[in-house]
Each structure stands twice: as C-alpha cells, then as structure tokens.
Design a protein around this ligand. Structure first.
Ligand SMILES: [Zn+2]
Length: 126
C-alpha cells in the first residue's frame, strides 16, 4: 500500500465549510474591536455573514454530493463509507478505493478522476 495523505473528498469539503464558519465568526469578532468606527464594524460584519452564508451553501452542496456518492463498505476497516468519482479514499481509514476494476492495485492517484485520463484510457483500449 502506498503511503498517502489523502482524505475522502466529502471530508475535505466538510472541513472547508467548517473553516468558512470560523472565518465568519472571526471576522465578526474583529468587527467588534472596531466598535468606535461604525462603518468598519459593519463591513466586518457583512464579510462575516457572507463567509457563514457561503459555508451554508457548501454544506448544502455536500448534501447533494452525498446523494450522488456511492455507499460502500470499506474493505480495509469494514465501515460504511461513500465514494465520489472513480477513485476516492475511505472516510475512516483513508484507504484508497476505486470503482474501476482496471485501476485496482494501481498506485493511487487523483488524476484517475480527470476527464483527460479517461479519454486516454479509452483511446488505448479501442
Ligand atoms: Zn476504511
């Protein structure tokens, strides 16, 4: 097994949304420091709200992605996980997974999800 620091796509997006929420709260907090200058405080608050709003959109997006993801049982840790695309990693043990039999046993690479790679592969088999 190759060593990689690859996390499941859904987990990645989820942590991004979490960072956005913290950024939003932080921005509003910074806004409070500028209480004496009302316009500055308002600007920080607006940006903070925008960041939180953006994270809500990202969370909604994860929701729709999860619906499209393929639920599977991880062969490595035997926990249920979800896959996005042709290759993804297990949410629990980060075991690389593939739905494509041709890619089984190959070194894990995110490029297998790219359209270009799929094209090349089709050309070589034709
Ligand atoms: Zn696993």
């Amino acid at each position: 097994m190759s060593q990689l620091v690859y996390s499941s796509k859904i987990n990645k997006i989820r942590s991004f949304a979490l960072i956005l929420i913290f950024a939003g709260i932080l921005l509003m907090y910074v806004g409070l420091i500028f209480k004496s200058r009302e316009w500055l405080m308002v600007i920080f608050f607006i940006f903070g709200l925008l960041a939180i709003f953006a994270s809500l959109i990202v969370y909604l997006w994860i929701g729709t992605l999860s619906l499209r993801a393929v639920p599977i049982i991880c062969p490595s840790c035997e926990k249920p996980t979800k896959m996005l695309g042709r290759v993804d990693a297990c949410m629990h043990c980060k075991q690389p997974l593939t739905l494509d039999k041709d890619l089984e046993g190959m070194e894990f690479d995110e490029k297998y999800n790219k359209r270009k790679y799929a094209k090349q592969k089709n050309q070589s088999t034709d």
